[in-house]
Design a protein around this ligand. Structure first.
Ligand code: UT7
Length: 377
């Protein structure tokens, strides 16, 4: 069988009309625009209107992605919807999307917190490269606002609603998804969770009286996990693709907090302006965050045919997922032939990267000590 690659041929988004600004939140909880924008980079987020459902938002984003790919719903072999906020506990929201979009194929929902869409893209890639399917619609969608406590200033300022979709199609060109990593550390379950409404604690009056139907988060804990994971998973996956961070044209990180991205960029010694961010306008849209950033990066011309992209998401679980891919029809040359100047260059760059990493880790205690001493003065 000829080599099979999976590449993105269509993209689309749906953003609910209603905007919730930092100034609006000042009227709702004890916070300020200044605190939110300096600590997170977020200025506003979109919240569902009464006509928006998770399935309707996913369907609209999916239809737009199909139009860009130039195919119809009838051409689809599979639909995967990543979300933590489905229409109902049962049935799977992917089946509503399949029906509303007019497809006749399998459909399933994937839950991996904010990492869901990157997990789903990796899953779709396996269906395509294995030869089972040729065209898969991969959606990230969230009406996370329904699980947000708008009296809790530590979470209400972060989240927003959105949907974004991509069409993944088979190709014989050596491009598309080059490498991916999926990760999970369930020991961190209580860092980010909704206490009630599942089988452990079904909804009850006690749930409502104690706001246990809403998201609870250990912000500082998730922050540390996020910085560590973003930098290390990106690097591992980039190396796995036979590339180095310098080769990547654009990084698309989960849009949780601009400070997380800045820390990770520093750890990777990559200029922060190579990291695409639109979180100022949408906040953290959970499973929709990375695909929404990807769609906007393509739409506003930050990405072009042949560009190398590294995407990384992290969140509840705790989970993380990273994909390195090449858009369009560019050729992957770096490090893919065993004996070549490119390969020698790749190995040299990777070695120097590792030496710098080790030096950075060894010097960290000294830097921390000097920083603490300076702060005390
Ligand atoms: O998809 C993954 C989802 N989650 C994340 O990625 C979240 C990761 N964590 C974060 O982004 C940050 O930890 C937060 C933005 C949630 C919090 O920022 P922080 O700089 O870690 O603040 P903090 O929790 O250390 O709190 C600092 C202070 C506290 O006051 P005191 O105890 O120092 O007096 C908080 O009570 O800021 C206070 N604070 C606020 N003040 C005004 C916390 N939230 C707010 C707020 N407005 N909204």
């Amino acid at each position: 069988m000829a080599e099979r690659y999976a590449k993105i041929t269509g993209w689309g988004k749906y953003i609910p009309e209603r905007v919730l600004t930092n100034h609006d939140l000042e009227q709702m909880v004890d916070t300020s625009d200044e605190w939110i924008s300096t600590r997170t980079g977020i200025r506003e987020r979109h919240i569902r209107t009464k006509n928006d459902t998770t399935s309707s938002m996913a369907t609209t984003a999916g239809q737009r992605a199909l139009a860009v790919a130039g195919i119809t719903a009838a051409d689809l072999d599979l639909i995967i919807v990543a979300t933590s906020s489905p229409d109902y506990l049962l049935p799977s929201v992917a089946s509503q999307v399949q029906d509303q979009i007019g497809a006749r194929c399998g459909a399933f929902t994937l839950s991996a917190g904010c990492s869901g869409w990157v997990y789903a893209l990796t899953t779709a890639n396996q269906f395509i490269t294995s030869g089972m399917y040729n065209r898969v619609l991969v959606v990230g969608v969230e009406i996370i606002s329904f699980a947000v406590d708008y009296t809790d200033r530590t979470t209400s300022i972060l989240f927003g609603d959105a949907a974004a979709a991509t069409v993944l199609e088979v190709s014989d060109q050596p491009s598309g998804i080059l490498a991916s990593e999926l990760g999970s550390d369930g020991s961190g379950a209580l860092y980010l969770y909704v206490p009630d409404g599942g089988s452990v604690a079904p909804m009850s009056q006690h749930t409502i009286d104690n706001n246990r139907q809403f998201i609870r988060m250990n912000g500082a804990g998730v922050f540390k996990f996020a910085v560590r994971t973003l930098a290390s998973s990106l690097k591992r996956t980039i190396y796995q693709a036979g590339l180095t961070p310098d080769d990547i044209d654009l990084f698309i990180p989960h849009q949780a907090n601009a400070r997380i991205v800045e820390h990770a960029a520093r750890q990777m010694r990559v200029p922060v302006d190579k990291f695409y961010m639109n979180l100022d306008r949408y906040g953290n849209t959970s499973a929709a965050s990375v695909p929404l950033a990807l769609v906007e990066a393509i739409e506003d011309g930050h990405l072009k045919d042949g560009d190398l992209v590294a995407m990384c998401a992290f969140g509840a679980g705790l989970t993380w997922a990273t994909v390195v891919m090449q858009l369009g029809t560019g050729e992957i040359s770096l490090a893919h032939s065993l004996f070549s100047v490119e390969r020698a260059r790749y190995l040299a760059r990777r070695t120097s990267d590792m030496v710098l990493d080790s030096a950075q880790s060894a010097l960290l205690p000294l830097y921390t000590f000097l920083y603490e001493r300076r702060k005390k003065k």
